[in-house]
Design a protein around this ligand. Structure first.
Ligand code: NI
Length: 158
């Protein structure tokens, strides 16, 4: 396992759409292990592969203390309700803003062995899943709010 560098806002790669994982092989396992270690080291609660520069649809979410789910090729099946909570991102260090998210989501995804599973989350977990899935589509949480737009302008980044 190794700690990988986190790509920060302003880097083009964060705006690209990640491709589905097709090979559930050792390099995927290594990537997920590295993402886990990197997330821990940086004290994140979620991380997506693009944040370590890999444009594949894979992400991790810490859904309970010390419990991390590995989510590959996710599809949101259901979402309900609304929350409005503060968010941050390892790729946007030091900036937080409140973002509207669903209160509940249910997803379908694959594990590191290519086995399909379903996962659901509420509140913080739902928020985290949506934030990370956005990364796979080149979307950052700063895109959603006025404060976020101002942050990008101030920093001169997209
Ligand atoms: Ni993020």
């Amino acid at each position: 396992m190794a700690i990988r560098n986190i790509v920060e806002i302003g880097s083009e790669v964060l705006r690209k759409k990640s491709k589905p994982v097709v090979d559930f092989d050792q390099s995927l396992a290594d990537l997920l292990d590295d993402m886990r270690q990197t997330m821990r080291e940086r004290r994140g609660m979620g991380i997506s592969a693009v944040q370590v520069g890999v444009l594949r649809r894979a992400l991790l979410v810490e859904y309970e203390e010390d419990k991390i789910v590995e989510i590959i090729n996710p599809t949101i099946l259901e979402s309900m309700g609304k929350t409005f909570d503060s968010e941050g991102c390892l790729s946007v260090p030091g900036f937080y803003t409140k973002v509207e998210r669903p209160q509940y989501v249910k997803i379908e995804a694959y594990d590191r062995h290519g086995k399909k599973f379903f996962f659901e989350g509420e509140d913080y977990v739902a928020k985290c899943i949506c934030h990370e899935i956005d990364h796979l589509n080149g979307i950052l949480f700063v895109d959603y709010t006025k404060a976020g737009q101002e942050y990008k302008k101030k920093k001169g980044v997209e």
